[in-house]
Design a protein around this ligand. Structure first.
Ligand code: COA
Length: 200
């Protein structure tokens, strides 16, 4: 199957149709005023899958407000985009300000096939960011809820995330919970890494 394409010849990471008819009624109380990915509150806000064109729309720059990104060329970005596309299970979703054609928010849903839970599908939330000049307007909630509802639509049995302590209230306000006895996040970091290999 070829990559999904938009009206302007855009190539998307996943089919934009998947973002239609998400179950916003189930999270209505988290948002005031109520907004959704299809009705984000302003005509110039567009919630859509990551596109191969988003290098020039500032996707990499916005990620640098989250963590260290490194020196990434357009070719590097495009190579990684196709790796994600070919691997499947990557649902990187962005908010674009269509007045400036800039990416102003993003979140990644990654799905994982399991043998447990009757060969279930599990979801992880990664790389959540809203451009600092657009914060405090519910766009963080909007982008996280969009990918969370997408995971529900895809049939995932759970979605989880790692975050700083200061963001626990933010995630609690949109339905995420610290499960008693099961709310730890552990890590081992590798200081020296080799270039990532393509699996085969
Ligand atoms: C976290 C982030 C995405 C929130 O985006 P946002 O658009 O400002 O979020 P919202 O407007 O939807 O805010 C929702 C609520 O969370 C709170 N909140 C937002 N960012 C917060 C922060 N850094 N610390 C504590 N609370 C925060 C807001 O005060 C707001 O509370 P309210 O509903 O009671 O008023 C944004 O601050 C960001 O990009 N931070 C830098 C990157 C980062 O830390 N990403 C998360 C990695 S896990």
């Amino acid at each position: 199957m070829g990559a999904p394409r938009g009206p302007n010849g855009d190539t998307f990471l996943f089919n934009p149709e998947l973002l239609k008819n998400l179950d916003w009624n189930s999270v209505r109380s988290s948002l005031n005023p109520p907004i959704s990915n299809e009705e984000p509150g302003e005509p110039w806000l567009l919630v859509r899958p990551l596109s191969i064109m988003d290098y020039s729309k500032g996707y990499v720059q916005i990620l640098s407000q989250l963590t260290t990104v490194g020196n990434i060329s357009k070719a590097d970005f495009e190579r990684q985009f196709w790796r994600m596309q070919n691997a499947g299970g990557y649902y990187v979703t962005v908010i674009e300000d269509t007045r400036s054609n800039k990416i102003i928010g993003a979140a990644s849903l990654i799905t994982e096939f399991k043998i447990i839970h009757s060969c279930g599908l599990r979801a992880r939330l990664e790389d959540v960011v809203v451009n600092n000049t657009y914060r405090g307007k519910q766009l963080g909630k909007l982008i996280v809820l969009t990918v969370s509802l997408l995971s529900k639509k895809l049939g995932c049995y759970k979605m989880s995330l790692d975050c700083k302590d200061s963001l626990i209230p933010f995630y609690k306000s949109i339905g995420y919970k610290l499960e008693p006895g099961n709310a730890n996040s552990m890590v081992v970091r590798y200081e020296e890494t080799t270039k990532p290999q393509d699996p085969s």
